[in-house]
Design a protein around this ligand. Sequence first.
Ligand SMILES: Nc1ncnc2c1ncn2[C@@H]1O[C@H](COP(=O)(O)OP(=O)(O)OP(=O)(O)O)[C@@H](O)[C@H]1O
Ligand SMILES: [Mn+2]
Length: 557
Amino acid sequence: LYFCCSVSGWARARWRRRRRGAGARDCKRSPTPEEHARSPFAPRSKTARIMFNMKLKERLALAVSAFLVLFTLMLVVDLQMDYGLSMHRVPLHGRVRVADAEDKGRSAYIEFRKRFLQKSNGSNGSREYEQSAPSETSGGGADAEPRTPSPPTDHYEDLQKIILAQLQGKAEDHAVIIPPHRDLNVLRPENPTIGEMEDLEPSINASNLERFQLKIAQHELYEDGEPLVDALIKDMATSTILHVEQKEGGTQLKLIIDYPNGVQALFKPMRFSREVQTLPNHFYFSDYERHNAEIAAFHLDRILGFRRAMPVVGRVLNMTTEIYDVTEGDILKTFFVSPANNFCFHGKCSYYCDTGHAICGNPDMLEGSFAAFLPSSDIAERKVWRHPWRRSYHKRRKAQWELQSDYCDTVRTTPPYDSGRRMLDLMDMSIFDFLTGNMDRHHYETFKMFGNETFTLHLDQGRAFGKAFHDELSILAPVLQCCLVRHTTLTALLKFQNGDPLSKLLRESLKSDPVNPILWEPHLAALDRRIVTVLDAIRKCVNKVEAPLQNEINDFV
Ligand SMILES: Nc1ncnc2c1ncn2[C@@H]1O[C@H](COP(=O)(O)OP(=O)(O)OP(=O)(O)O)[C@@H](O)[C@H]1O
Ligand SMILES: [Mn+2]
C-alpha cells in the first residue's frame, strides 16, 4: 500500500508539475475556489445526484466492480512489492531476471536463491549479513579474537550416504555427485609432467622453482605433500632480490621480482590493512587487489585438495634497497615521499596507478605477496579461456548466464565442457570462489600441451576476501544452475562440516606465513558459513533428481 501511495503521490506531484508547466505556457492559472463555485458546471453535486437516483441494485453492482478493480490493483502492487523488496537484498550483479520466455521457473539457481533469501531473512538471519562498518573495527587480524564456530547442527547424513555408497562401489552413476570412477581427476589414466612432455630434466644446480615447474603435471600443479612447495616458499620469502620490473598487462600494479638462479615471483603490494573491505559502492571490477587474498587463496586451494594455485608467500620489503635501487625505467619517475613522510610509488597501469592511489611504505617498508612464477611460454604455453560464467564487467549490463535459466545446458553441450573434466573443474572453481568471495573470474588458463583433459589453473585471487559479512550467492551460479559436483570435492566439504572446520585448518596453515595473520577473523568465519550454503545447494540438487515430482510440488507451494 505504501508503494501504491508513494507511486500515486509521485505521479500526482509530476502531474501537478506538468499542469503548472502547461499553465505557465498557456498563461493560464488554476481556478480559485470562488471561481469554482461560480462555475456553471458543478461536478460534485451532479455525481451525487446521479448516485442518489440509482437503484440499490445498481449501486451494489458499482461498489462490487470498484472493489474488484481495487483488488486487482492490489494484487499487481503486491507482485511489484515482492520484487521491490528483494531488490535491496540481492546484490545488483547477483540478480537474475525471475522468468524469461522458456524459463518456466525451473532454474535451480533461481529456486535456490529464492529459498536462500527466505531463510536468510528469517529470525536467525545468520546466512547473509549486512555489511558492518569495517572502519570501526580496529587492529585488524592481529587483534581480532579467533571466533570458534558454533557446532554444526546438520551433518548432511543424506549426502554422506551417497558418498559412502559411491566409495563402496554400490552406487550407480549419479546425476549430481560425480563418482570417482567417472572423474578423470581421480582416474588419471595418464598424468605426465611438463618435464616429461618436453623431455627436460632439471640440471644439478637447478633452482627449486625450476624443479617445481618441471614437475607440474597434467592433473595438478604439485603432488599432495610435495616438499618443493615449502622450499620454494622459503626461497621467495628470503632470497636476495636482484631486480624488479613492472609487469605489463593486467589492470593493477604488479611487479616481477628476480632472485638469483633465475627464480622469479609475481609481486602484489599491500594497500590496506586486513580488516578493510571492498568499498560498498565499488563494483567487483573496481575493487582493489589484496595481496593477502593471494596468500590465503593459495593455502585454501591446497587445503581443499585442488592444488591448482601457485605457491604464494608474504614478505616485507625495503622499498629503497629492494625496489627503488634495483629497478629502472619509467616506474622510477613515479616514486615520491608523501606528506606523512612515507616512501610511495604508483607505477603505470590502467587502474589505480596515480598519485591518489599510490602504494606507500611505512615509512619505506612495504608488505606484499610473492607468487611463484609459472613456467615461461617457451617451456609451457598457456591457453586463456573465457569463463562461461563471466560477469558483464559493466555497471548496468547483465551477462547471459544471469538472464537465461537454462544457460548450463548450453555450456554442457559445448566443447570442451561436453566431456572430460572441464565442467567439474568449473564447479570446483565456483565453490572455491564462493568460499573466498571472488567475483573476478573473467578468464581462466590451462597448459596447452595437456590439451583439454587438464586442470584449470587458479590464477589471480587478488579480489577475493573482500566482504566478510556478505555471501555472494551468484558466484555459486555454475553449481546452482548445473547441479554438478565432484565426489571428492563434496567429501572435502563434508569433512570440514563434520570434523575440523575449514576456518581452523586455514588459520593453522596460514601460521607458517611470515606476515601472518593473513586473514581478518570474520573472513575465516565466513568460510564455515559458506560451506553450509554449498552443502545446502548440493542437497537441493540431489533431492531434485531423486524426487523431481515432489520437488516441483514443493517449489510450486
Ligand atoms: N604466478 C604467475 N606467474 C606468471 N604469470 C602469472 C602468474 N600469475 C598470473 N600471471 C599472469 O599475469 C596475468 C595478470 O595477472 P593477474 O590476473 O593476477 O593480474 P590482474 O592485474 O589481476 O589482471 P586482471 O586485471 O586482468 O585481472 C595473468 O593473466 C597471468 O597470465
Ligand atoms: Mn585481477
